[in-house]
Design a binder for this molecule. Structure first.
Ligand SMILES: [Cu+2]
Length: 69
């Protein structure tokens, strides 16, 4: 199991947090997602044989938010 921390711009409320959480949790291989609105960070626990960070980046982007490095 792998964990990736991503910084996300554009989340302003718990609705945004839930949107991001939902799209990430739908990706096969993702085991758990924790999001801090204060820190604008998502911690994604995943199986790196089934999912990768490009997918996370794309899913977050498609949901209307932006991953910043
Ligand atoms: Cu919001």
């Amino acid at each position: 199991m792998q964990a990736e921390v991503m910084n996300i711009e554009g989340m302003t409320c718990m609705g945004c947090v839930n949107s991001v959480k939902n799209v990430l949790e739908k990706i096969p291989g993702v085991a758990g997602v924790e999001i801090s609105l204060d820190q604008k960070q998502a911690t994604i626990h995943y199986d790196d044989a089934a999912a990768n960070t490009d997918q996370f980046r794309k899913a977050i982007g498609d949901a209307g938010f932006e991953v910043v490095i």
